[in-house]
Every structure is written in structure tokens, then in C-alpha cells.
Design a protein around this ligand. Structure first.
Ligand SMILES: NC(=O)c1ccc[n+]([C@@H]2O[C@H](COP(=O)([O-])OP(=O)(O)OC[C@H]3O[C@@H](n4cnc5c(N)ncnc54)[C@H](O)[C@@H]3O)[C@@H](O)[C@H]2O)c1
Length: 328
């Protein structure tokens, strides 16, 4: 069952990265639950920020970096709940522009936390972290106690940001927690380019009736999670008195990349699957097979994923078909 968003009615929620893929989904869900919502998003070029993601919404939009105190302080001061989903997601970009990744993912996050500490230390904050921090799994399923061993700069910057949140919870009593997300899919994700991960690439190629290429035999598995399940987890973490100071794995279904590609092709009704040799720059930072253990989120937050991949991908395709031009 979906998490009940009624407790957010009449509350002020701040969603950072709220014009992007993941962030825009809680913006709409919270508004539908009668919350007042402010979005802070700097519309980083070539990333997922897209004003159409919240078309028709009454949310206030502040176009600024989250660390820009003069632009963000007013909204930060009055927010009871902060869903912190601003970030740069590309692993490859983080290796080509490591300082840019550090700035967006770590430096800005620390500036934002300092702002919250100053103007709103009572805020409840949920941060969108990533399973990328674990690197190549040493055992499966990966629980929160798994060693942190990132294979790229993105994993290190995101880990720093996550741990800043936990530090601010432990030392400054900010009510902050972090969700380690796996591969998220669903409506409102940029489909152009390959910065946002493999799922949007697979979707775009199938929708354009082109071959989807998987590296090697495509047997490495990924744990895919629908964005509505992420919205549930964000809400559950925000509402739980036991969440502050904690990190939680999310996850759902581990499927091989080849199987994911086949399911996408089946659901779209066009495209095909082809194997190609590993490009060296990808092989160097690939994490192999990943499956997450989300039993802590289940136990502490009462959260469980509820959308299976075939159903989730079918509704995702229905969203994109009439709106494809917005995302290309
Ligand atoms: N998409 C996934 O599968 C996935 C997996 C794990 C973690 N995450 C994390 O979830 C968050 C959201 O990812 P997404 O897929 O929605 O990406 P996205 O690119 O669609 O959205 C991110 C948004 O954040 C904004 N942004 C980035 N840095 C900012 C800053 N410093 N100040 C203000 N705005 C900023 C961008 O303009 C963009 O609109 C990221 O932090 C990412 O690391 C995503």
C-alpha cells in the first residue's frame, strides 16, 4: 500500500532538485496531498531539470544552487520537511569533470546544510544518496554494513554529502536521514544522452525502434526501483521518528541488463537487443552485479517496494509516448 501523505497537508515542504526526475515526483505527490511546496533547482545544463516535469503545479520555483543562501534562505527557513534530491548523477561525467561533481554533489550540499543549521535546525531532511558508494559488491545482497568502496568520483562525492547529513544529525541534531537509491526509473526522467544511467537509454532506443546494446553478455544485474516507490520511501523516512541519523538501502528486483533490455523491448513493442564488447572507460567503473538488502527500511520505516518491473515499465512507457519530445 502507498504511504499515506495526509500528514503533509498544510505543511511547507522544500524539494531540492525538484525540476529533475526524482524530485519532481514528490513535488506533485505532496501538492496532491495539499502540502505547500517550494522547489530549489539550479537547472544544471544537460541534466534532468525540466520545467515541464511540474507543469500545472502551483509549487514556488527558486532557480538557484542549493548553497546560494541569499536565494534559498527564505524557503529553507519555513520548510518543515526538506526532500534533498539535488545532485549530479553521471558517473562518467564525474570522471571527466571531477571538480564539477565535487562542487555540485558535496560542496553545495555542505553549504545547504550550513544554511539549514543557521535558519532552520528543526527541519526534517531526507537526502537522496546512492548505492554507488558501495562500489563492486563484496557480497550480495548488499546491506548498509557493506564496506564503502566507490569506483568513481561520483560515489565519493555522494558519500561525502550523505555523511555530512548524518554528521549534522548526530552533532547538530538536524533531523536528517539518507536513502541509498538503486537504479530509479519512471516518469519525468531525461531520456537524452547517457548521463542519467542505462534505463533511460534503453527506453529511448526501444521507443525509437533501435537496437539496445548491452556490454559483454549483459549478465550483470541491477536492482531497479520505480520512482513511486522512492516517493513512498521519502515520505516514510520524513515521517518516522526513528529515521534521523540513519541511512537506509532501498531496492527491489535484481534483473540482468539483458533481461531488463528484453522486458523494455517487449513492453514498447519495438527495438531489439544486441551484445557489444565492453568500452574500456565503462568497464573501468562498472560495479558488476548488484542486489540490495532493504530489510532495514522495511523494519524501521515500514517501507516496501510495491511496483514490479514489468508493470512499472509499462506505465512508464505510457507516460512517455505522448510526451517524448519533452525528454529528448
Ligand atoms: N536516478 C537514479 O537512478 C539515482 C540513483 C541513485 C541516486 N540518485 C540521486 O538522486 C538525486 C536525483 O537524481 P535524478 O535522477 O532526479 O537526477 P536529475 O538530473 O533528473 O535531477 C537532479 C536535479 O538536481 C538539480 N541540481 C543538481 N545539483 C544542484 C545544486 N547543487 N543545486 C540546485 N539544483 C541542483 C539539477 O538541475 C536537476 O534538475 C541525485 O542526487 C542522485 O545522485 C539517483
Amino acid at each position: 500500500m502507498a504511504v499515506d501523505l495526509a500528514p503533509f497537508a498544510g505543511r511547507h515542504c522544500l524539494v531540492t532538485g525538484g525540476l529533475g526526475f526524482i524530485g519532481s515526483n514528490p513535488v506533485l505527490a505532496l501538492e496532491a496531498a495539499c502540502a505547500s511546496v517550494t522547489v530549489v533547482d539550479s537547472l544544471v545544463p544537460r541534466h534532468g531539470g525540466n520545467r515541464r516535469n511540474i507543469a500545472g503545479s502551483a509549487a514556488e520555483v527558486v532557480v538557484a544552487d542549493i548553497a546560494d543562501a541569499s536565494a534559498v534562505a527564505r524557503a529553507a527557513a519555513s520548510a518543515q520537511y526538506v526532500f534533498n534530491l539535488a545532485g549530479q548523477v553521471s558517473h562518467i561525467d564525474s570522471m571527466e569533470d571531477p571538480i564539477g561533481d565535487l562542487d555540485l554533489n558535496a560542496r553545495s550540499q555542505l553549504g545547504f546544510l550550513e544554511l539549514l543549521r543557521r535558519v532552520n535546525p528543526e527541519a526534517v531532511v531526507v537526502f537522496g544518496s546512492t548505492r554507488q558508494i558501495y562500489g563492486r559488491p563484496q557480497y550480495i545482497p548488499v546491506d548498509e554494513g557493506h564496506p564503502v568502496n566507490p569506483v568513481d568520483v561520483n560515489g565519493i562525492s555522494k558519500y561525502a554529502a550523505e555523511q555530512f547529513h548524518i554528521l549534522y544529525a548526530n552533532v547538530h541534531e538536524l533531523r536528517a536521514s539518507a536513502l541509498r537509491l538503486t537504479n530509479v526509473y519512471g516518469p519525468r526522467q531525461r531520456l537524452l544522452g547517457d548521463r542519467q544511467g542505462f534505463l533511460p537509454v534503453f527506453l529511448r532506443l526501444a521507443l525509437e525502434d533501435q537496437p539496445i546494446t548491452v556490454y559483454g553478455t549483459g549478465e550483470q544485474a541491477r536492482d531497479c526501483i520505480h520512482v513511486d516507490d522512492v516517493v513512498d520511501a521519502l515520505a516514510a523516512a520524513a515521517l518516522s521518528p526513528d529515521a534521523p541519523g540513519e541511512v537506509f538501502n532501498l531496492g527491489h528486483e535484481s534483473l540482468s541488463l539483458r533481461r531488463i533490455a528484453e522486458l523494455v523491448v517487449d513492453a514498447v513493442g519495438s527495438g531489439s537487443v544486441e551484445e557489444i564488447p565492453w568500452p574500456p572507460e565503462r568497464a573501468r567503473i562498472d560495479i558488476g552485479t548488484y542486489r540490495g538488502d532493504y530489510s532495514k527500511a522495511k523494519q524501521v520505516l515500514g517501507w516496501e517496494p510495491r511496483i514490479d518491473f514489468p508493470a512499472g515499465i509499462a506505465s512508464t512507457i505510457e507516460y512517455y509516448r505522448p510526451r517524448l519530445a519533452w525528454y529528448l
